[in-house]
Design a protein around this ligand. Structure first.
Ligand code: ADP
Ligand code: MG
Length: 238
């Protein structure tokens, strides 16, 4: 279950109005990509869904439950950032186990989940290393693994590959696509990279200055952009 519904979401930081009435319905299992220029509000919208920020007005529902005022830890979502945010003093295994131990999962269940995620992401060989002993790509895999073991209702990824070099970004993108195909868990993926959006998304949400310009499949956005901004951003003829 991973249906996420946003109704008329507005967000201001003091006098700065960042989001203006966002309506969006994300289906169970969908991979939705938020794109738009830097500063258009992508991260803010994702942080609102995560519960790391509260909207100024509007409603957020997960599987039909109003979670607008529910804390991040109780929303059952997992977030992956571009800066991996791994604990530097813990091993890979400890990094992955940490949230589960706090949730008082049985040790055997924790071990099983780590083994499964490690197999999926091919990180089994360095479970006992610390983040500082890993490459950027390996660290990002661990960050994704740490999200997977939580069995989240949805994954929220904020430019997860933007710190990686171009070649690694392409292979990680393919891995994320196959991961989504296997897990079938709802994913919301933020990027400012049009190619990443076009190759990954079931649907793309094009944002501009805190408003949604268009929501559609990559193909429809390309073939029928709603306006010049979308056409220019997606790289399609207007
Ligand atoms: P994006 O991720 O699309 O680049 P952000 O969501 O990070 O954009 O930011 C959108 C706008 O909101 C920017 O103008 C940014 O300066 C502003 N903003 C984001 N977070 C805060 C904050 N905590 N306080 C004040 N302004 C913020
Ligand atoms: Mg951002």
């Amino acid at each position: 279950m991973g249906r996420i519904t946003l109704s008329d979401i507005c967000k201001s930081f003091g006098a700065v109005h960042v989001l203006h009435g966002i309506d969006l319905d994300i289906a169970e299992g969908e991979l939705v990509v938020f794109v738009g220029p830097s500063g258009c509000g992508k991260s803010t919208l994702l942080r609102l869904i995560a519960g790391l920020e509260k909207p100024t007005s509007g409603k957020i529902e997960i599987n039909g439950n109003d979670v607008t005022r529910v804390n991040a830890a109780d929303r059952g979502l997992a977030m992956v950032f571009q800066s991996y945010a791994l604990y530097p003093h813990m091993s890979v295994r400890q990094n992955m186990a940490f949230g589960l131990e706090n949730a008082h999962l049985p040790k055997s269940e924790i071990a099983d989940r780590i083994a499964e995620a490690s197999r999926m992401l091919e990180i089994g060989d360095y479970l006992d290393r610390r983040p500082g002993q890993l490459s950027g790509g390996q660290r990002q895999r661990v960050a994704i693994g740490r999200a997977i073991v939580r069995n989240p209702t949805a994954f929220l990824l904020d430019e997860p590959l933007s710190n990686l070099d171009a070649e690694l970004r392409v292979s990680m993108r393919a891995e994320l696509a196959s991961l989504h195909a296997r897990l079938k868990t709802t994913m919301i993926y933020v990027t400012h990279d049009q190619i990443e959006a076009m190759t990954l998304a079931d649907r793309i949400v094009v944002l501009r200055k805190g408003r949604i310009e268009q929501v559609d499949t990559p193909l429809n956005l390309f073939n029928r952009p709603a306006n010049l901004f979308v056409a220019g951003f997606i790289g399609a003829p207007a």
